[in-house]
Write a protein that binds this ligand. Structure first.
Ligand code: DC
Length: 233
């Protein structure tokens, strides 16, 4: 692999449940890059806040959370069986727990907090500094890595996104309804796009990928072509 290809920084942003992480993971695998799931990092802080009674019934003790932020150590480690990165909070594997519906219901609130964002953005920039990374989230192309070599902004219709999420959670044995998911997604879209701190928006130099009618393979082919254009391959 040539050096330019080895060191690209790729930012993928977009709405909840539009398949960012699937394509980001697949792309990282093809390129032999590191994949960083920044949503998992906001989810890890949320889980920490829930466990420490910092957030409950929609109210947050921001002062307490800010004080405890330095105690929140988030790392990713590859599962040797699945070869996928899993999220660790202070050494504990929390990959499964952070995908639960109650964490999803609280995460948007946590991600509106400036001290939390500042803390995580610093970690994310550190993780990307060597290059050779695919990072996905909401503010990667706009705030975290404004100089990324390739920026993708992903969208899909709300119905398609809800259906995908429904199937995903059902497969994991979660007892949720499609209505509940539609409601959670709509709420998260609203909070993500209207929040004061780093709202979700397309970077001026991002390329749009609407994957409503695309298979994962088609998406991967499309994005690899974008990478090849950047590297002149
Ligand atoms: O991608 P996800 O659904 O796992 O993200 C969880 C939440 O974290 C989502 O509601 C928005 C927030 N988030 C964010 O504010 N900034 C990021 N870079 C990534 C996620």
């Amino acid at each position: 692999m040539n050096k330019a290809l080895k060191n690209l920084v790729i930012a993928i942003d977009g709405y909840s449940s539009c398949g960012k992480s699937t394509i980001a993971k697949d792309l990282a695998k093809v390129l032999n890059y590191i994949y960083i799931d920044t949503g998992a990092m906001y989810r890890a802080v949320t889980l920490f806040a829930m466990r420490n009674n910092i957030i409950s019934n929609g109210s947050i003790d921001t002062e307490k959370l800010e004080k405890l932020l330095p105690e929140i150590k988030i790392t990713f480690k590859q599962n040797p069986e699945t070869k996928l990165n899993e999220t660790y909070l202070n050494g504990e594997n929390i990959e499964k727990e952070i995908r639960r519906m109650d964490v999803s219901n609280n995460v948007s609130l946590i991600s509106t907090l400036k001290p939390v964002r500042e803390y995580l953005v610093k970690l994310q920039r550190d993780m990307a500094k060597e290059g050779g990374v695919v990072m996905d989230g909401r503010d990667i192309g706009t705030v975290v890595l404004p100089d990324a070599d390739l920026k993708i902004f992903m969208t899909a219709s709300p119905e398609v996104r809800a259906e995908r999420r429904y199937k995903e959670l059902k497969a994991k044995g979660e007892n949720v309804s499609l209505e509940e998911i539609m409601k959670n997604l709509a709420e998260r879209d609203h909070l993500d796009t209207t929040r004061k701190e780093s709202p979700l928006r397309q970077a001026d130099d991002a390329i749009i990928l609407d994957n409503s009618n695309m298979t994962p393979t088609e998406q991967l082919d499309w994005i690899v072509e974008m990478v090849n254009k950047k590297t002149g391959n």
